[in-house]
Ligand binder design. Structure first.
Ligand SMILES: *Cc1c(COP(=O)(O)O)cnc(C)c1O
Length: 366
């Protein structure tokens, strides 16, 4: 079986480095918000070219904290996409703001600027685009749009670690970028973890307070915060994983190029690749097929594990059936959800694995 993810196969050298990190934390007697978290935050901010990083418990919290630290709250409308992990929408409602869904451009599955414009109203305060599947191709266009309509831009970078456009990292196009280090992400912890990055010192300070009950000093609470602290162990392990991230992303990009070049089945439709090759870090390699479910079954029988991201767009999930949306509807998202399929594209795949994926996909006829 060619697995979709293969988390037990770590890069060469990483296992012993992770054992050392674990020993270091064990010996320190300090488990929450200490030197390891500070070191990881400095490293992550520098890696992304941001002034500050603030570790959080997970990616959902990083988005919520970014919104709240940016002053978004009750009654404020925040535009985002229905084609995302539901966490993006949940972060907006948890910040007590009102999500509004714009449609995607079918060529990339990324938020469509024209649909975003149709969603802007008098209460619109922020835009949270998602660099879906690892593709940062639209970062500049979304930032320009946010400028034009005076919206606060917060990028959901949970799938796009180290993706950059014209030399600029995701998460630095707006006031803040939110990352998840969920184990399957390009940079993954051994449990839940997240962070936000920003160049705004006040926003970083507020975020640091919000993640820790809203306290500035111990037992002095300035705002009603939450508990979303990154722990020392995950921060120490993430420092190790970070050393391998660029190479792992490179492998993903190379696998994606092989898949793109080798898929010849006319039933399979590719998404557009960005013109800047650094803009896509292929968290997922997604194709479309009219007979998607049959293709998934066919691949399964041939030993290829494929998954769907995402089968149900946010506005068709029970808690969000009445959610505000583009007045023209969200037809492109619905069509994409019905036909998209993610082929394995993780850095542990060998060239033989990639050839086997291509053989299986190209042999599909229905
Ligand atoms: C994974 C993910 C999140 C949420 O991250 P968690 O760490 O699971 O909370 C948010 N947005 C997107 C696009 C994601 O892929």
């Amino acid at each position: 079986m060619i697995p979709f993810n293969n988390l037990s196969q770590l890069p060469a050298g990483a296992v012993s480095e992770m054992h050392e990190a674990l020993d270091r934390v064990l010996a320190s007697g300090h488990w929450i918000l200490g030197g390891e978290v500070e070191r990881f935050e400095r490293l992550w901010a520098a890696t992304c070219g941001a002034a500050h990083a603030v570790g959080t418990g997970n990616g959902l919290d990083a988005i919520e904290i970014a919104l709240r630290a940016a002053g978004i709250g009750p009654g404020d409308e925040v535009i985002t996409t229905p084609m995302t992990a539901l966490a993006t929408i949940l972060a907006i409602t948890r910040a007590e703001a009102v999500p509004v869904l714009a449609d995607i451009d079918p060529r990339t599955a990324l938020l469509d600027p024209e649909s975003i414009q149709r969603c802007v109203g008098p209460r619109t305060r922020a835009l949270i685009p998602v660099h879906l599947y690892g593709n940062a191709a639209m970062a500049r266009k979304w930032a320009d749009l946010a400028d034009q309509f005076q919206l606060i831009l917060i990028e959901d970078c949970a799938q796009a670690h180290l993706a950059s456009l014209d030399g600029r990292s995701v998460g630095t196009f707006g006031v803040a970028g939110a990352f998840s280090f969920y184990p399957t992400k390009n940079l993954g912890a051994l449990g839940d973890a997240g962070a936000l990055i920003t160049c705004d010192e006040d926003l970083a300070d507020t975020a640091r307070r919000l993640r820790n009950y809203g306290q500035r000093d111990r037992y002095h609470h300035e705002v009603a915060g939450l508990n979303s602290r990154l722990d020392e162990l995950q921060a120490a392990l993430l420092q190790v994983r970070l050393q391998h991230l660029a190479a792992e992303n490179e492998r993903r990009v190379s696998i994606a190029a092989q898949l793109r070049a080798g898929l010849t089945n006319p039933r399979i439709e590719l998404l557009d690749a960005p013109t800047d090759p650094s803009a896509h870090v292929y968290h997922l390699f997604v194709i479309r097929c009219e007979e998607r479910n049959e293709l998934a079954r066919h691949l399964q029988q041939r030993g290829v594990g494929a998954l769907i991201h995402y089968p149900i767009p946010a506005h068709l999930q029970p808690p969000f059936l009445g959610i505000r949306r583009d007045p023209h509807g969200l037809a492109a998202s619905e069509r994409h959800a019905a036909h998209c399929l993610s082929l394995p594209c993780n850095p542990t795949l060998s060239d033989d694995d990639v050839a086997a994926i291509l053989d299986a996909a190209n042999a599909f006829c229905h």
